[in-house]
Design a protein around this ligand. Structure first.
Ligand SMILES: Nc1ncnc2c1ncn2[C@@H]1O[C@H](COP(=O)(O)OP(=O)(O)OP(=O)(O)O)[C@@H](O)[C@H]1O
Length: 264
């Protein structure tokens, strides 16, 4: 029996997500229930338009839930101020960076904002945390470069370093592998996996790289029209979850190799 006590970082209970105007409520997914454990890598997958970004936006309080409850380390996110939430979770988006004129070091330093004074002065502790984040993402050699000089793969590592510098238990990334080649997709996801082990942080990312996620994730959240399942990749494979993800006339899932193939 394991002596390691599991700690739930994120708890989602009876959650409904979607969009609400004065007249209409559009439910994207409902009845979501899952717990994310400390130190795990969790991949969120599902077809285009199924609701992955909507779910991540709701978990990060960018939009309100239609119903239900989200807690981080036992605290309801709806009750947390912006600054307190920024000490619990950091968010990495793939949208083009507005601050490309900053150096890599300056951009990673932005992760310390929830902790610095209003002028943004960095204490020796802040500087040490920034250096560790640069080391952990293997970008120390890039620290004086301007962000506009970087490739997409390098920039993704910088954004991950910024999230690490924010020093939160939970890091959430929306499609961190977009725009990356096969090597860099694998590199970034493997880096995230290593970081969960070396830092004990919980990292949740959405992706269309289902094959890679199956290989690397401790847990996966699979969104489909019928339901949302959260389990280990192994259990999801034996439940036949991936087979039902796409129309089988075009794509089939091989449960022996854990990968998809185009039907001939
Ligand atoms: N601002 C919005 N207002 C109303 N409906 C929206 C809005 N944004 C997205 N939707 C709808 O919500 C549903 C889920 O979209 P979402 O972007 O969350 O899916 P996704 O799984 O992230 O897709 P993709 O993999 O293509 O990025 C879609 O039907 C979409 O049209």
């Amino acid at each position: 029996m394991s002596n390691i006590k599991e700690h739930i970082v994120l708890k989602v209970k009876e959650l409904s997500i979607g969009y609400k105007t004065k007249k209409v409520e559009t439910v994207v997914a409902s009845n979501l229930n899952f717990d994310l454990q400390q130190g795990q890598l969790i991949g969120l997958v599902g077809a285009n338009g199924i609701g992955k970004s909507t779910l991540l936006r709701t978990l990060t309080k960018v939009q309100n839930p239609l119903n239900g409850n989200i807690t981080i380390n036992g605290k309801e996110i709806q009750k947390l101020s912006t600054i307190d939430l920024a000490k619990q979770l950091s968010l990495v988006l793939t949208e083009p960076l507005v601050a490309k004129n900053l150096s890599v070091y300056e951009l990673v330093a932005l992760g310390r904002q929830p902790y610095t004074n209003w002028i943004g002065n960095l204490s020796p502790k802040d500087q040490s945390i920034i250096n560790v984040a640069l080391e952990q993402t293997n970008i120390l050699d890039l620290k004086d470069k301007k962000c506009y000089e970087l490739s997409d793969g390098q920039l993704q590592k910088v954004m991950i370093a910024r999230a690490l510098a924010q020093d939160t238990d939970l890091i959430i990334l929306d499609e961190p592998t977009t725009h990356l080649d096969m090597y860099h997709k694998a590199y970034v996801l493997k880096l995230l996996k290593q970081l969960t082990k070396t830092t004990n942080k919980t990292i949740l990312f959405s992706s269309h790289e289902i094959d890679l996620a199956i290989q690397l994730c401790d847990t996966m959240i699979v969104m489909s029209k019928d339901n949302v399942q959260c389990n280990t990749p192994k259990q999801l494979i034996s439940n036949g979850t991936f087979e039902k993800l796409f129309p089988q006339d075009l794509i089939t899932f091989n449960d022996k190799t854990g990968s998809f193939r185009v039907s001939k």
